[in-house]
Design a protein around this ligand. Sequence first.
Ligand code: HEC
Ligand code: HEC
Length: 297
Amino acid sequence: MTKNKTQPKKDIKKDVDGLSGIETTGHDWDGLKELNNPLPRWWLWVWFVTIIWSIAYFVLYPAWPTIANATKGTLGYTQYKELKESQDEIEMRQAAYLERFEKASFEDVMNDPELYAFASAGGRTAFMDNCATCHGTGATGFEGYPNLQDDAWLWGGSIDDIYTTLKHGIRWDEDYDTRVSMMPAFGKDGILTRDEIKSVVHYVMSLSDKSIHADVAGETIFMENCAACHADDGKGLTDMGAPDLSDAIWLYGGDEHKLYETVYYARAGVMPAWQHRLDENTLRQISVYVHQLGGGE
Ligand code: HEC
Ligand code: HEC
């Protein structure tokens, strides 16, 4: 670099580039000279506009950090305020529905498409937050956690049944009105011998699989020990929370091994009561949602 910084300015002669005839800036890098072209006009204008824009922005909006906070801007804009406003609007719209929903019976809700849609949507959200961990996001359940999509119900699939199940839970000690029904642990508690259990399991399998022919012993054991809860035909009793054993829908599995385990130890699934965890409106909205999933009994 041959540029000489100590050279006084006034001594620099205006240097004109021989090839283009344009004045140079005087900068010379190993023979390469910089032409002193003016900035393009459009570029300058854009630059001025951005400067004006930024000054206006500094004045109108919060912009400059201060020690404790930031300049407020003359418009008084904050994102908190914007969020609050949109939340207020949502709440206002919801409030109109909520008020109607609160006063409506389940029957009214079913007959009002608008309220029904409102309740199902709210119920769905609450379901994802509170129930999906155990029943799955699609409500199809897992082993021991019932599928709520089918129309096989332990405790009944009417909307009132579902509401009661949710409100008080199932075998939930802390709720006085919880749903209880205890299938005895036939093997563990020595009510039936291993052979008798095998025999009744065989009978249970024959209820849903016509290719299995159970012997009379199994049927007799069933009538004496099981029919009180699962009904004579094995189709279950929702009053007892006892599932239909003839529909080939299994909560704990329908192969011989799983069935043996169920009858030997019993299962006694537990669901929490929701009445103190969710408010009444949410409970009712979830009831509508779950009822709709099961096809509506
Ligand atoms: C901690 C796990 C758990 C959570 C969370 C849970 N459940 Fe359950 N739920 C169960 C179990 C286990 C059963 C089956 C109990 C039994 O064996 O009788 C059940 C049963 C039910 C039943 C009865 C089904 C029938 O066939 O009668 C309904 C309805 C239900 N749950 C809905 C819900 C809803 C709605 C929520 C969310 C508010 C929820 N559950 C949250 C574990 C849970
Ligand atoms: C006091 C009522 C009662 C009696 C008696 C009873 N059960 Fe149950 N049974 C239930 C209940 C309630 C369930 C629901 C599952 C649970 O406990 O979580 C159930 C569940 C079952 C299941 C599980 C079904 C599935 O979908 O996985 C089988 C199998 C079964 N019972 C068979 C029997 C047999 C066989 C007998 C007789 C030896 C019998 N039960 C007697 C109440 C009863």
